[in-house]
Design a protein around this ligand. Structure first.
Ligand code: ADP
Length: 579
């Protein structure tokens, strides 16, 4: 039976019983009240009238008052005839009393009247007794029926009290427990109400839902496992090493290439803390060192490729550490879930780069000798040691000399660049006389300055301490800076060369009043092969980048300050030699 029907039946029955009980109670109460009223009106009054009549009869002599009292009560009695035989007795009494009234001394008649009144009293007394018995029976019946209805009400209420709360609360409780289990992703949970009521239907619906969720989970799980396998295969097939870490830096995966180049086995790595693995493995250590730097410590130095012996040769890898952030479903904030370390194998590019550097080095080296011999021959021709040259030929010789010088500069720069690129800069950093460096650079640029009528203003260098530098490389850099200042200045201007001692540092500054450098190019001019767009003067774009490498290799720095349109100042800062 349905809960609704049960409730309807139980409460309805209880309601009906209460109505019945009230009806039975009121019927019997009415009946009892009618009975008592009947006794009171019908019999008690008759007895009372009779008693008043007897009192009137017993008074001495037959006075008009006693007659009037008798007749008054007789009249009332005549109107209150309720019992069988009472009418006859009352009529006889009235007749005899009339006779007595005419013959008051007739004692026999008085006795007859007296007896008639007593008979009326007797008839009514008997009626009262009979009616009392009936009222008692009515009361007994009422008690019985009320008790029966009460008991039935009690039984129904008791049955409802015992069964109904449990009937409703128990399935709700079981259902609540099951819903909690489902919420905890225990989709195997089922409810077992074998009832055919609403709870039975609810249980059926719940079990269907749980089953569907279970199926969904299983199918999803399968899908996820498939996807995981697919991604694992994909990662394993990537030719470059890949390492995945979770947010707490446990290794989640390392593809085969990563395992190969690190010489590790999967069981030594997967699930382990990366810093524990790094303790025993140099490669892993170098891969993660940036991840464990304090947040405020920033790395400005350019990341050098990592050199690893792989594929039976020296290989080069470029490292990329990618932080993985996701926004969980229903949340606003991004959450960090780990890192992926990618190593890109750049060996083929490196090999090409080596080949290019070697080629440039060889060509530049091979060019140096013929250029030197051209210069020597030019000198012989200039000095007219091999014969006279006319003006026109002299001009041609000048331009050949100019080109030979430029060629020599270019080959020199290219050679220096190959040194820088191959990492073979041979530095002899020692206490060096600043005067020697400055004199070399100034005399190397003298002819070019004269040609453009540019004055070279050199600050006094006499009282300066020695500088910690490689004389040849520093002189080359200063020469290059002065050469640039002359080349990018206007004719008849001045180039200032000033050397400042700032305590433990020596600053070489070359200032020109030329075209200056636009702010957006100030950093870029130190990049290899970079030339400010629109630069008319011939050049390779290598001078400043080589200068930077040389100066940094000496433990110094090179900077530029420029007022676009008004000139530039290039400053070399090197350590002063401690004396
Ligand atoms: P190059 O002079 O051979 O082109 P550099 O590396 O010496 O190569 O210089 C790079 C670029 O920087 C130049 O092409 C030029 O545009 C700019 N530059 C260098 N020095 C100056 C300077 N003193 N004034 C203005 N521009 C300059």
């Amino acid at each position: 039976m349905k809960i609704k029907a049960k409730l309807f039946l139980g409460i309805g029955l209880l309601f009906a019983m209460i109505v019945l009980l009230t009806a039975v109670g009121s019927i019997y109460i009415n009946k009892l009240s009618a009975d008592t009223n009947n006794i009171l009106v019908a019999n008690y009054n008759s007895i009372d009238y009779s008693r008043q009549m007897l009192i009137a009869l017993n008074e001495d002599g037959f006075t008009t008052t006693s007659i009037a009292a008798f007749e008054n009560n007789l009249k009332k009695q005549q109107q209150n005839i309720t019992e069988t035989g009472e009418q006859q007795l009352t009529d006889q009494l009235a007749a005899n009393f009339n006779k007595l009234k005419n013959n008051p001394s007739d004692t026999a008649l008085l006795t007859t009247v007296h007896d008639a009144v007593t008979d009326i009293i007797l008839v009514n007394m008997q009626a009262i007794e009979r009616k009392s018995a009936v009222a008692k029976r009515t009361a007994d019946n009422a008690s019985l029926w009320i008790a029966l209805a009460g008991t039935l009400c009690f039984l129904i209420a008791f049955v409802l009290l015992v069964n109904l709360p449990g009937n409703i609360a128990n399935p709700v409780k079981e259902l609540t427990e099951s819903i909690k289990e489902i919420a905890a992703q225990n989709y195997g949970k089922r409810v077992h109400f074998e009832k055919h009521d609403e709870f039975g239907e609810l249980a059926g619906a719940f079990n269907t839902m749980a089953q569907k969720l279970e199926e969904y989970q299983t199918s999803n799980l399968e899908k996820l496992v498939m996807e995981k396998k697919r991604i694992e295969t994909l990662i394993n097939n990537i030719k470059d090493p890949v390492i995945g870490l979770d947010a707490k830096k446990h290794i989640l995966f390392m593809n085969e290439v990563a395992l190969n180049i690190s010489g590790l086995r999967a069981e030594e790595t997967i699930g382990k803390l990366v810093q524990d693995v790094a303790v025993k493995n140099d490669l892993v250590r170098s891969l993660i060192q940036d991840m464990f730097r304090p947040a405020n410590e920033t790395v400005t130095a350019k990341q050098e490729p990592i050199k690893i012996y792989a594929d039976n040769k020296e290989s080069y890898f470029e490292k990329q550490v990618i932080a993985i952030n996701i926004t969980p479903t229903g949340e606003q904030q991004e959450k960090f879930i780990g890192n992926v370390i990618l190593l890109q194998n750049i060996t083929p590019f490196k090999e090409l780069d080596f080949a290019k550097t070697n080629f440039i080095a060889t060509v530049s080296h091979e060019l140096k000798t013929p250029i030197a011999s051209i210069k020597m021959s030019l000198q012989l021709l200039e000095n007219e040691q091999v014969g006279n040259v006319n003006e026109e030929q002299k001009n041609l010789l000048y331009s050949i000399k100019d080109d030979a010088n430029r060629l020599l500069k270019i080959t020199g720069e290219l050679l220096n660049m190959t040194q820088v690129e191959s990492g073979n800069i041979q530095m002899a950093v020692m206490a060096t006389d600043i005067k020697d460096i400055v004199n070399y650079a100034v005399s190397a640029n003298k002819a070019a300055a004269e040609e453009k009528k540019i004055k070279l203003h050199i600050s006094p260098v006499e009282d300066l301490p020695s500088v910690l530098a490689d004389e040849e490389k520093t002189a080359w850099v200063l020469t290059n800076l002065i050469s640039n200042a002359i080349r990018y200045s206007y004719e008849n201007s001045t180039v200032y060369i000033s050397i400042k001692n700032t305590g433990n540092k020596i600053e070489f500054a070359v200032t020109d009043t030329g075209q200056g450098i636009a702010p957006q190019y100030k950093e870029k001019i130190f990049d290899r092969y970079f030339r400010v767009p629109g630069t008319k003067k011939e050049g390779t774009g290598l001078g400043l980048s080589i200068s930077k490498e040389f100066i940094e290799a000496e433990g110094g720095s090179i900077t530029v300050a420029s007022d676009f349109g008004a000139g530039s100042t290039f400053t070399i800062t090197l350590n002063a030699a401690v004396t």
